[in-house]
Design a protein around this ligand. Structure first.
Ligand SMILES: *Cc1c(COP(=O)(O)O)cnc(C)c1O
Length: 221
């Protein structure tokens, strides 16, 4: 069978890699909804970090793909799905509540593992996006000191955020700066995951250390 969709954009991939290299940032290729063949095409160019939004899709894909892929979970994670994800996940980027972080720690403990996580901060104007605000983040930080055992099997490695879908660049830049300021306050040398196809240039300018790019690499979804 001939694949009808134009797999991946190699030139764009190389160009984005160059931009990341110049800033010392990493690239997660967001492969949600895209077939394993497209992931393999990018894998063959050397890409190892891939991002998925749905637990079942990640579980199914990882079984068909090389085991040295580092899977990033970037979607909204329900507490009852954590267990399924833990055997395969490299970094859970979308931790958006204390309860989810605790559940992740609990399930990781059962597997004798420590799981790296990013805390998702709500920076966009849209209220459909999940995440901590400054107050709930402060509260979590306090709770992690007082109830350290509840978080013993997670490692908070940094922060993640999504800017508004806005054509006002000042808006988007302001949101990235807000996230960068929080990251500097709590974990100055941690991972700062921000920037997608439409705004990764600006995210890199504002201090992103990890961008998550899907449609520019794999085509529109
Ligand atoms: C889908 C998605 C991306 C990638 O989006 P593109 O605009 O296709 O680059 C990045 N981050 C998250 C959290 C996503 O859900």
């Amino acid at each position: 069978m001939v694949a009808l969709n134009m797999a991946i954009d190699r030139n764009t991939y190389q160009q984005i890699l160059e931009e990341c290299r110049a800033k010392g940032a990493g690239l997660v290729a967001v492969s949600k909804i895209k077939p394993v063949q497209d992931i393999m095409a990018l894998y063959e160019l050397g890409q190892r970090d891939f991002g998925e939004n749905y637990v079942q899709e990640l579980v199914d894909k990882q079984a068909q793909l090389p085991q040295d892929i580092r899977w990033h979970f970037i979607g909204h994670l329900q507490t009852n799905k954590v267990k399924q994800l833990l055997p395969f996940v490299h970094l859970i980027q979308g931790i958006d509540s204390a309860r989810l972080l605790q559940e992740t720690s609990k399930q990781a403990g059962k597997l004798g593992k420590t799981i790296s996580c990013l805390l998702q901060v709500h920076i966009a104007q849209e209220d459909t996006k999940f995440g901590f605000d400054e107050d709930s983040l402060e509260a979590l930080w306090g709770d992690m000191q007082v109830h350290a055992a509840a978080y013993a099997n997670v490692r908070v490695a940094g922060f993640m955020g999504m800017a508004s879908f806005s054509d006002n660049p000042d808006q988007v830049r302001g949101e990235f700066r807000q996230l960068k300021a929080l990251a500097d306050k709590y974990l100055p040398s941690g991972i700062l995951s921000m920037g997608m196809s439409g705004d990764y240039h600006m995210a890199l300018e504002e201090g992103s250390t990890l961008i998550r790019v899907g449609s520019l690499l794999f085509g529109a979804r």
